[in-house]
Ligand binder design. Sequence first.
Ligand code: F6R
Length: 612
Amino acid sequence: MCGIVGGVAERNISNILIEGLKRLEYRGYDSAGLALINQGQILRERRVGKVVNLEQAVLDAQLNGSLGIAHTRWATHGKPTENNAHPHISGNVAVVHNGIIENYQELKDQLETLGYIFTSQTDTEVVAHLVNDALKSTPSLLEAVRLVVPKLKGAYALGIIHTDHPDELITVREGSPLVIGVGIGENFISSDQLALLPITNRFIYLEEGDIARLTRTTIEVFVDGQLVERPITELDATVTNASKGRYKHYMLKEIYEQPEAIKQTISQALNGNALREDFLANANDQFKNIQQIQIIACGTSYHAGMIAKYWCEQLIDLPCQVEIASEFRYRSPVIVNQTLYLCISQSGETADTLAALRDIQKRAVSKHLDITTMAICNVATSSMVRETNYSLLTLAGPEIGVASTKAFTTQLAALMLLVLKIGTVKQTITAEQVSQLIADLWHIPKILLDTLQNNNEILALSELFVEKQHCLFLGRGTHFPIALEGALKLKEISYIHAEGYAAGELKHGPLALVDNEMPVVILAPKDDMLDKLKSNMEEVQARGGELFVFADENSGIKSKDRQHVVNVPTVHPTLAPIVYSIPIQLLSYHVAVLRGTDVDQPRNLAKSVTVE
Ligand code: F6R
């Protein structure tokens, strides 16, 4: 999604803005631009494609200035062209924008009748013209922005500069993330703190509706025209470690980080083979009362939620529903008393999940319902964590690869902790069961390390996928969501069309697709469904399908003609989905590398989906 970086300093900040944009590249974008104020002029460069194109243009034009804004654009309104790239200029005003101005057409019509000429197809350009127009009635840039904000409908974060205000950067947060990086004698803004980490580890997280004015030495935040206090948060080094190290791609590094990430995530909640007394202790009363869980999430996080549903029902006898946030939010859901509404999100900023959460809260208030909201999230400072009653952090560290890996498996670990916690409070699981599952959970990092040893074998198999157009993933029980996740991973980074199915559904349609050109990936842990799964494998083989089986080392499934088996270490069946995530991630990764795609930043996708 789009990224914003801006700053006001004493030194030339063009390099800082470009470096910031590079650090936002992982979010996905298709063009980039930058504007600086220098001696009463706006200096602007915009380029389609990668930030290096913009960097070269800025170097060639020798642009410099100590006040500026920069942007990576992920096209929503208008194609990825230079004219549509931000910043947009009207008179002496330059604007960068993340999000969507929903009423832009109406505003554009009004501005055109006032004589404003549009040079792009974007929704953003209306903001530049509106601020320019508002400056006819006030000399203050801050005041002009305050006059414009009520006219804008939608979700947005803005960075705004003006030639007559060479020491002033105005920023607005309304529905799209924005942080202020606090420097010494200089201040910055960004849509993601990662962009500013080379400069500062001190951040102010703006809240919805905040308008801020930054100068080199001051930061003022206003709500409805009133000055408000916003705390400065200092980040520690673990949050800020986001380099690729010795790995070729972030995704591979993040796959290999999973044993440690799981260890970190479970350590925060466990004391030996027991849950810590203080783990989510402030939610004990709420957990005791809940009658069901409703999970809301998108994409990979949704798959994690699907697995948690099996766990809730099997382990603690608690009904659990899971729904994709973009559907949930638009179907007038009935909000039910004594329900735990659980948002799962790596970023904590996903527009649909956040909107669903806010809608749930609004409906619950209007009907005086007693509900609890909670986030499982990888970003402690995210909107979702701040806006829910309780949160449980996945301690995966920054995930840069667009395809989620360690965020997913740590979500599973966190969900298991939550299920054990709720079952313990509600007394629907015995202390022995809890302690056995925790003992098995402690083994997971080591089992993941052993599973990663299969990397070369999986690399060899991935060569058989390179020329394929389609692929099926099959699993049963908690490995049905892993089949969905495998298909999602493969399609998003290798661009091979892939579908995940519950293996029991094979006969109800997808079997028609199976021929000798169709690779079928099977997830075969040693659980109650293994024999049924073996029958499904026979059905595929009888139709000439080629099987790629990730199977428990004691499953009895062996390699043979058109059946390639990779052995996975034996694991407690309940926790197996965490382990079987590794082979599907490695397979997708290697296929994508062999096909020469942009693994960390696949086409058309964004890391943090902050628009719907
Ligand atoms: C796929 C992937 C996405 C995200 C989805 C939700 O690999 O990463 O499907 O899971 O966009 O994002 P979060 O978890 O940040 O809410």
